[in-house]
Ligand binder design. Structure first.
Ligand SMILES: Cc1cc2nc3c(=O)[nH]c(=O)nc-3n(C[C@H](O)[C@H](O)[C@H](O)COP(=O)(O)OP(=O)(O)OC[C@H]3O[C@@H](n4cnc5c(N)ncnc54)[C@H](O)[C@@H]3O)c2cc1C
Length: 462
């Protein structure tokens, strides 16, 4: 284990390893909470299991175009995110135009490419007539957006709305989709969960409200110049206290006025307050004594985390110019989604492809193993597009479900589980909780930062 940096002089004299607050996890929520508490004069130690900061921000700095395996971009309405970026001294650049540049991705059904118009007229299109023009990946978002049942989306976790917490499957059936349509439009590449049965509609409506708010604030998508990981390293650099890397937390115990954190190397760290930013998928492997109870214990045990796996590939020649088909692909087969990355000097340049599997397909790739999955991806592209033969190389494999300290991408609530939220974020004695899964009014990175504000205030007023 090593320290991220040499400790700067502490705000108040203290013994090494002793602080007012110990923060578990050096993702953005942990780093933000630590910074806010230091601004209020608290001494803080951050303990992180990985040998790096950033958590779900992870850029492959050794690959062309610096592909992002985690956090991708923030919208103009990310007040907290933009503020953190400013403080961290990183430059934000507009990337939305690069996402949208060039021919739109084609739909590949049963191994054949299709334009939107061809899909609308395709006899195998299972959508109701008024939706036939929508590509499978667009349907659910549009239905939720057009039929959001929440007048005020920020009330999504209000107990008064608990009866609305039905499965996405039930909601989509109510919108007239057949099982075949639901399978195609959600289960093959689900934004949340592995299928439409295990996703809460209330959470989808909350997400929709947040996205609408963001769109109203501006349409730019902003990423960190040179790679998003620089946001996390910049935030860590602002801290006065230690950021201890390579220290896996294995237990959190409480006794009287002290909470004690035990790390895998046998060390212990005690403080009046501990902030735990670990995803519940990671916290469920940590011993917590006294044990958590009620909905909080259930949420730690059961909250869902999104399986996503990715292959980063490059092309030695532009095979898309040769076969005159869009480089981007949404497939109904084991290839998943092929997304061109335009991170060169100009958007015309394709620096590589992120090939992505979500939900059950991601878990299937994971079971295949990294090397076999990479080989399968190359073989699939070459089979579907003969012009690509010998021109595609797969470089890296990344599975969020397989990541020991995450166990999945973002959290998602299942039907009936939204009622856990207000209970699961309450402090358990001297242990306080933050992280994107505890956000109440924002999503993604902005939600992680929002949760850091709440938890810092909670500790300051405890
Ligand atoms: C593929 C992907 C794409 C995304 N795209 C976007 C996007 O475009 N826009 C957006 O707003 N958000 C996006 N997000 C979400 C965003 O990245 C997250 O919401 C945010 O980074 C979560 O921060 P966090 O601090 O809550 O959790 P994390 O970043 O997961 O931090 C938790 C930390 O705890 C550490 N930890 C775990 N177990 C232990 C242990 N036992 N001991 C010590 N430390 C431990 C982990 O290593 C980690 O560093 C994306 C996420 C992914 C994965």
């Amino acid at each position: 284990a090593r320290k991220a940096k040499k400790a700067a002089p502490a705000i108040a004299p203290r013994k090494p390893g002793q602080s007012d607050v110990i923060v578990l996890g050096a993702g953005v929520s942990g780093l933000q909470a630590a910074w806010m508490l230091e601004q209020e004069g608290k001494t803080v130690t951050v303990i992180e299991a990985r040998e790096r900061v950033g958590g779900r921000i992870w850029t492959l700095l050794d690959q062309p175009g610096y592909p992002e395996m985690g956090f991708n971009s923030m919208a103009e309405g990310y007040g907290r995110g933009l503020d953190a970026a400013n403080r961290a001294g990183v430059e934000m650049v507009e990337v939305g135009a690069r996402f949208r540049y060039g021919a739109p991705p084609l739909l590949w059904m049963n191994g054949k490419p299709m334009t939107r118009a061809e899909w609308a007229a395709f006899p195998g299109n299972p959508l109701p007539d008024k939706l036939k023009m929508l590509l499978p990946g667009e349907v659910v978002g549009k239905l939720v957006s057009d039929n959001n049942r929440l007048a005020d989306w920020s009330s999504w976790h209000d107990p008064a709305n608990a009866a609305l917490d039905i499965s996405l499957y039930a909601f989509l059936k109510g919108q007239g989709l057949s099982d075949a349509a639901i399978h195609l439009c959600w289960d093959l590449s689900p934004y949340y969960g592995t299928n439409a049965w295990d996703v809460s509609t209330l959470m989808m409506e909350y997400n929709d409200g947040f996205v609408k708010g963001q769109m109203a604030a501006g349409t730019k998508s902003l990423s960190v110049k040179g790679g998003n990981i620089h946001l996390a390293t910049g935030m860590a650099r602002l801290l006065k206290g230690d950021v201890l890397l390579g220290r896996e937390v294995v237990a959190i115990t409480q006794d009287g006025g002290t909470a004690t954190v035990h790390t895998a190397d046998g060390a212990t760290f005690s403080a009046p307050h501990v902030i735990c930013s670990l995803p519940f998928s990671a916290l469920r492997n940590v011993k917590v004594l006294p044990a958590l109870e009620g909905p909080q214990a259930q949420a730690v045990g059961q909250l869902g985390y999104q399986p996503i796996s990715m292959v980063f590939a490059t092309a030695t020649a532009p095979f898309w110019d040769e076969d005159k088909l869009a480089p981007g692909m949404w497939t109904d087969g084991p290839l998943g989604t092929v997304m061109p990355q335009r991170y060169g000097a100009t958007p015309e340049e394709i620096t590589g492809f992120i090939v992505q599997a979500r939900g059950n397909l991601a878990l299937y790739w994971d079971r295949m193993g990294a090397e076999a999955a990479k080989a399968m991806v190359v073989r699939q592209i070459e089979t579907l597009r003969p012009a690509a033969k010998g021109k595609v190389a797969a470089h890296s494999y990344f599975s969020w479900a397989g990541e020991r300290f995450n166990g999945g991408d973002v959290s998602f609530f299942g039907p009936g589980q939204v009622q856990w939220l207000d209970e699961m974020i309450k402090p358990a004695g001297r242990v306080h909780f933050c992280g994107e899964h505890t956000a109440q009014g924002a999503r993604g990175l902005e939600g992680a930062l929002e949760s850091a504000e709440r938890v810092a205030l909670e500790v300051l007023t405890a």
